[in-house]
Design a protein around this ligand. Structure first.
Ligand code: SF4
Length: 367
């Protein structure tokens, strides 16, 4: 098979390793660009949210690059994401494109279906079960190392003296991870990457604001979908804590740790779960960021994303009661980088004034 997959941040490094080492050809999806979005918008229903459109464009691009199979995830619950891979498949078929989309549903939802799809992917590659498990473990280690390095970059970037040095160093570290083929190699590449990031020239006298990023998983994880917001904030001297990491999604994070029950935090404000996507998480995480003394929160929400709209309707109350400003950025195909930057600059300006006022003991600045 010539396999491709959705691009979400730097995870393609681990997925590429996985696909190639179980005996398939890998078509690495290109970073979503204007061309991707134009294609996606042209062939998607107008009401679909931005992740659907970007993926639609990506699938058309990888089809052009020769992919014949796409591996993606499904989903259960009220969010329409669960239908998306089926709709993508249907649209590609209507366009006359031969593409097999394998959508993995959560294993506990339908173990038999999960196992059937897993066997199809692994057996057609021709590797033994033992080798398949080994490759999976190595890919998982790569994902964890990618998350570790990206997380470290968020802490280094606001102190960098030469603008862009952290990002360039991160890319270099990710290239080393891309070359690593064993668990030991990955550990060495991660350590070396961390060492290089720690060598970035810093101005330790700075006192960065701390901002948490919450929202829908795709627009939080894929930098091109959020106009490189996390890099933008870092280069403005802001320390970013992202609530979602691909490996953290399975139970590991920074402020949002497994010990902090996000759902328990959300319960006083939203006692109705699940509402789909990351809606409940966005509510609970805002509470957590307030409790951990963060200066503000940015919510990233695809336009017309119901879970995030529900969360957004609740967040102003949390904001008032726990005294934490939250900026919601709705993202669709009309959203431009300059617009995002202007709103972020205004928000950061406000947070700085607010912090100054608090330090002078002048109380709250109502936002
Ligand atoms: S969570 Fe929101 S953006 Fe993501 S698929 Fe569901 S509705 Fe669309």
């Amino acid at each position: 098979m010539r396999i491709s997959f959705p691009r979400m941040g730097y995870s393609y490094i681990a997925f590429k390793y996985l696909v190639e080492n179980i005996g398939h050809d890998c078509v690495v999806p290109p970073e979503p660009s204007k061309k991707t979005l134009d294609l996606g918008v042209r062939y998607s229903p107008e009401f679909a949210c931005i992740p659907f459109k970007i993926l639609m464009g990506t699938y058309l691009e990888v089809a052009e690059m020769g992919a014949d199979t796409i591996i993606t995830s499904g989903g259960v619950g009220p969010c329409r994401a669960g239908y998306y891979w089926i709709m993508h498949q249907q649209i590609l078929k209507e366009l006359g494109i031969e593409m097999n989309i394998i959508g993995f549903e959560p294993p506990l939802h339908d173990l038999r279906d999960f196992w059937k799809k897993l066997k199809l992917v692994w057996k057609s590659g021709g590797v033994s079960y033992k080798e398949f498990v080994r490759v999976l473990q190595v890919a998982w280690e790569k994902l964890k190392a990618i998350d570790d390095l990206e997380q470290l970059s968020f802490h280094v970037r606001p102190y960098e003296v030469v603008r862009g040095e952290t990002t360039r160093t991160l890319w270099k570290a990710l290239e080393m991870l891309d070359q690593a083929c064993t668990v030991a190699d990955i550990a060495a590449a991660r350590d070396e990457g961390a060492r290089l990031l720690n060598l970035v020239t810093r101005d330790e006298t700075r006192d960065p604001l701390r901002v948490g990023i919450i929202g829908e998983i795709y627009v939080v994880l894929e930098p091109s979908a959020n106009h490189y917001l996390q890099i933008m904030l870092g280069e403005m001297g802001v320390s970013v804590d992202r609530s979602i990491y691909l490996t953290g999604y399975c139970g590991r994070n920074t402020i949002v740790t497994p010990e902090d029950d996000v759902f328990a935090m959300a319960r006083p404000y939203l006692n109705e779960a699940p509402i789909g996507g990351h809606g409940v998480n966005s509510v609970g995480e805002t509470v957590l960021y307030a409790k951990h003394g963060f200066d503000g929160v940015v919510q990233l929400a695809p336009f017309a994303c119901i879970p995030e709209i529900v969360a957004k309707s609740i967040i102003p109350r949390i904001s008032r009661e726990l005294d934490i400003p939250v900026l919601t950025l709705f993202i669709d195909e009309q959203t431009g980088k300059a617009g995002v930057q202007t709103r972020i600059e205004a928000f950061i300006d406000l947070l700085e004034k607010r912090r100054e006022r608090k330090r002078k003991g002048r109380g709250r600045l109502v936002v």
